[in-house]
Ligand binder design. Structure first.
Ligand SMILES: Nc1ncnc2c1ncn2[C@@H]1O[C@H](COP(=O)(O)OP(=O)(O)O)[C@@H](O)[C@H]1O
Ligand SMILES: [Mg+2]
Length: 110
């Protein structure tokens, strides 16, 4: 069955990182990372300090531009120039210090 007009096909991920590589000078923070997230899915990105988790989420959110690779939203390649509100990747940035709960003493990020 084909998707309704304007609707992405059911098997197309809501957001994707395709071969995302990001360096900070000599530091290779993300090395050709692929990630596909379906609508409604919950993922955990786990790794030791410095593994590149925040960098990867920053690329997804549009805070960092990848050196190579790209971001897709519902199958379409998008270019994020700055973190919009809300992000066209459907992502929000909730850092450990900014807080996202209504009771948090820290400001919301968006
Ligand atoms: N803005 C930055 N400038 C220079 N190096 C950075 C910057 N952000 C992250 N890094 C480096 O990239 C690597 C990955 O960092 P990060 O994504 O913060 O890891 P994690 O979130 O997994 O702890 C680390 O070596 C870190 O020092
Ligand atoms: Mg981090």
């Amino acid at each position: 069955m084909s998707a309704a007009a304007g609707e992405p096909a059911a098997d197309v991920p809501a957001a994707e990182l395709v071969a995302v590589t990001k360096r900070f000078g000599p530091v290779l923070a993300n090395d050709a990372i692929d990630l596909a997230v379906a609508k409604g899915e919950i993922h955990a990105v786990v790794g030791e300090n410095g593994a590149g988790k925040s960098t990867l989420m920053s690329v997804l959110y549009g805070l960092h531009r990848p050196d190579s690779g790209h971001v897709r939203r519902e199958g379409r390649r998008i270019r994020l120039r700055s973190p919009p509100t809300p992000s066209p990747t459907g992502s929000a940035w909730c850092t450990s210090v900014s807080g996202c709960s209504p009771s948090s003493p820290w400001p919301r990020t968006w």
